[in-house]
Design a protein. Sequence first.
Length: 333
Amino acid sequence: MVPVERVVLSSPPFTAVGDIFAHTELMAAPVFTSDSVSTKTRPNLKVQDGCNNRCSFCIIPSVRGASRSLPLESVLRETQALVAAGYREVVLSGINLGRWGRDFQPQLRLEQLLRSLLEHTDIEKIRISSVEPMDWSDELIGLAAGSPRIAKHAHIPLQSGSDHVLRLMRRKYRPWHYAEKLRKIHEAMPEAAIGADVMVGFPGETAELFEENRSFIEKLPFTYLHVFTYSSRPGTPSAAMPDQIPVGEGRARNRILRDLAAQKNLEFRQRFVGRELKVITLQAAEERSTEALTDNYLKVEVTGHHPVNTWMQVEVKAVGTESLIASRVCSLS
């Protein structure tokens, strides 16, 4: 995406300095100016920051502090400001988005935030960014599956499919818990994009444990993966762990999972050849095509130049290297 100017709708009149762990309120998130609609159609609205988890590889709690949420009223106000500026889709984001509202008294849930956005704003499409597996409740899955205004897309951090490695990472779920959540999401939304963050080369990840991870991933209906090679962070528990994996071995494992993810993504995209899909245009990709995105997170190259931030119906003609190739059937807005 092209970088664009951002403005803060509401901000404090001074710069506060102090203990980050003492911060209990998240200030209003920035939104984009109306001038930037011509270059960006899917702004991020940060509604949560910080994290209360203590994964052994992560430095975020030390630098971002405890989990804190943008108040519901502020989220609604910011979303309506985006609508007024001409945006049609918004991406809800956070360091640990699924914990939104847990710091309020009384507590709220992400499901309640989504229902309020659907009921009290005119945003046409809501895309949920990364949500931890334990926060995908049956209610959240049902809401995402049942509303045409919520994108059919679930990004669920995994990190490892090995139970032993997950315990070393101090993650709060087991592989069978994770698999059950994915099964429910896939059954409720068979054509949803389902992705995950995966880490390879974690200290103590033997060749056998990596194969356990690879086999676990192979069996699940992922449509894409974000694969990371472990990198030691000073001050984290994992930095002092024994059995550190050589960088070269970690990179080799990374390539194996990236190849597996590419194959899964190709198979997913091939399912849509010959079908008509609704897309939102993003920006001109090259001389003869326009980039677009489907509800279920598929990149599409639409033949011809078309205005950005426009819904249209397209027919998928072929599968490209990383996208679908399509032609416009009609504009929808």
